[in-house]
Write a protein that binds this ligand. Structure first.
Ligand code: ADE
Length: 283
């Protein structure tokens, strides 16, 4: 493996100044990000004191949700869209933490449609600068796996467990039957992200072989994790499993988001926000 200088380049003896916004703000709002309209529409109806700020082709909705200051934003789909949205959340809104909510395809056999995966760590499965850098490593960071914030993930895990304990109350029997959801589980572990919707059994088999501990695949989380890591802002993702990342992955996708994912996300986020600290006071 070639070796590269990963230190910060220097202009003579000049030192680099921190700008005020380069420090995370422990009293700032919580950033809530989703990739699709259907995933944030209901959250937006629940915002009080809602105000919209349009920056960089995104609508950032500030307001109060269950007594907490939040900024809710639609990132759109894919890693670049999610990363640029996150950078604005951090630099313009001084968020204290970022949570990404959305859907994912299952990779491990034990993860089923209707389950929820909370991120333990996140990796960009489509990054490969080998042989210059180890496969999956983000060049000049020395990192392939970006850990989610443990306290934040723990708070979301607890809330997801409480919400999924009674799926009938949330979804009703017809929706559960239509999507083959019986006793949904909550998982914690590796989520992988890439700029591809994985919708063939062959591609998901390749991912499973290369990354056997990956629980789920989606298109944004690890990019948001990288930006949050670089700014020192706590981050975690919750993903509802919408498909098995196989040849049937696109079937009923929109219906699933409307009838299952958005209901889970709203219920889990609201439970988490109304929990005494949701893991937030530890920052
Ligand atoms: N999001 C939901 N399902 C997905 C899949 N199969 N591939 C990538 N992103 C997804």
């Amino acid at each position: 493996m070639a070796s590269f200088d990963v230190s910060t380049p220097q202009a003579g003896t000049a030192t680099c100044m921190n700008t005020p916004s380069s420090q995370p703000n422990a009293r700032g709002p919580i950033g809530i990000v989703a990739a699709l309209h259907e995933e944030i529409n209901e959250l937006l109806t629940l915002l009080s004191d809602a105000r919209c700020v349009h920056i960089g082709s995104r609508d950032f909705w500030t307001g109060q949700l269950d007594g907490r200051a939040v900024v809710v934003v639609l990132s759109r789909v894919g890693k670049v869209a999610a990363a640029s949205t996150t950078a604005v959340l951090i630099t313009q809104f001084n968020v204290r933490a970022v949570v990404f909510a959305g859907v994912a395809g299952a990779l491990t056999p034990g993860v089923a449609v209707g389950d929820v995966v909370v991120s333990g760590e996140l990796l960009q499965h489509d990054v490969d600068a080998s042989p210059l850098f180890p496969r999956w490593e983000i060049p000049l960071t020395g990192m392939a796996r970006f850990p989610a914030d443990a306290a934040l993930a723990d708070g979301l895990l607890n809330s997801a467990g409480a919400v999924l304990a009674d799926p009938h109350a949330l979804l009703g029997p017809d929706v559960m039957r239509d999507f083959g959801i019986a006793a949904p589980q909550v998982h914690y572990g590796l989520i992988v992200s890439g700029d591809r919707f994985v919708c063939t059994s062959a591609e998901s088999a390749v991912l499973r072989t290369a990354l056997p501990d990956a629980l789920a695949v989606e298109m944004e989380g690890a990019a948001v994790a990288q930006v949050c890591h670089e700014w020192g802002v706590p981050f975690a993702a919750i993903r509802t499993i919408s498909d098995r990342a196989d040849d049937a992955a696109s079937v009923d996708f929109a219906q699933f988001i409307a009838q299952v994912d958005s209901r889970y996300s709203v219920a889990i986020l609201r439970k988490w926000l109304s929990t005494t600290n949701g893991g937030l006071t530890t920052y």
